[in-house]
Design a protein around this ligand. Structure first.
Ligand code: NAD
Length: 258
């Protein structure tokens, strides 16, 4: 039987992309609270303030500026995590953007930007991180997906396809890397009140009363929090999940049941 020490991440090094805000910040914070060495990677340098605050309270946290869509920055970021803490155990591919557009409004530049950040960024990160994980005898990758990967909502064409690609990347790498001790899983958040999503709702006028109405129709009566998603990431990367690979875990308060 596993003991509570399975949720002890002391001595483990975790790299979280898109960790300056929103879900990524919550994931980084939970890993810090479980004793991990955490590297926050983001284009937004606001992540430095969080890392500095945790260092002041005796935790191991670093920030590095990284645009996940640029191969050279990704390689530098993984090397930084490995050098700072002696190796990388866990990679969380969370960085993402969620611009909406239907087919007719999706021009080539829009398509490329969504794919570059949401999908190519995850592939580049995996490619840079996996050799070190294999040398260490194993590791864990969690890719943050979305219900849109399977929803068919017409106004999220490029986004949905990028997240569909994340599911395929997860399954493909899980199968390739199983024998080398690297587990790869995907977590689909439902509707999370993250910094990015709340800003989007305010900008599009979807907040206020219409948001309240939408929430009241949700099976469990609330949006998810970054912490809800972070808890699933902690489980997936813990020893409790050591026979789980190539899987998708949905954390949506039942939204997808409707
Ligand atoms: P957010 O906008 O609050 O945070 C995203 C973070 O990613 C930001 O800090 C941003 O600076 C960073 N980022 C953007 N482009 C980057 C790049 N090129 N390189 C590095 N960092 C970059 O968004 P969020 O809601 O916390 O979303 C996080 C992830 O969760 C995304 O992959 C998103 O698709 C997914 N998701 C969110 C929801 C939701 O309801 N909020 C639902 C399903 C999936």
């Amino acid at each position: 039987m596993r003991d509570k020490a399975s949720f002890n991440f002391a001595g483990k090094t975790v790299l979280v992309t898109g960790a300056a805000k929103g879900i990524g910040a919550a994931i980084a914070e939970q890993f810090v609270s479980y004793g991990a060495n955490v590297v926050l990677a983001d284009v937004d340098e606001q992540g430095e303030a969080a890392a500095a605050g945790w260092r002041q309270s005796g935790r191991s946290a670093r920030f590095i500026r990284c645009d996940v869509s640029r191969g050279s920055e990704v390689v530098k970021t993984v090397a930084y995590a490995e050098q700072e803490f002696g190796g990388l155990d866990i990679l969380v591919n969370n960085a993402g953007i969620f611009p909406r557009a239907r087919l007719a409004e999706t021009d080539e530049a829009f398509w490329d930007r969504v794919m570059d950040i949401n999908l190519k960024g995850a592939y580049l990160m995996c490619q840079a991180a996996v050799p070190g994980m294999i040398r260490r005898g194993g590791g864990n990758i969690v890719n943050i997906g979305s219900l849109h990967a399977a929803s068919g909502a017409p106004d999220t064409l490029a986004y949905a396809i990028s997240k569909g690609g994340i599911v395929t990347l997860t399954r493909n790498l899980a199968s390739t890397l199983a024998r080398q001790g690297v587990r790869v899983n995907c977590i689909h958040p439902g509707w999370v009140a993250s910094d990015g999503e709340m800003a989007r709702l305010a900008a599009t006028g979807e907040g206020g009363d219409s948001l309240e109405k939408a929430i009241s129709r949700m099976p469990m009566g609330r949006m998810q929090t970054g912490d809800d998603i972070a808890s699933a990431v902690i489980f997936m990367t813990s020893d409790f999940a050591d026979q789980i690979t190539g899987q998708q875990l949905t954390v949506d308060g039942g939204i997808s049941l409707r």
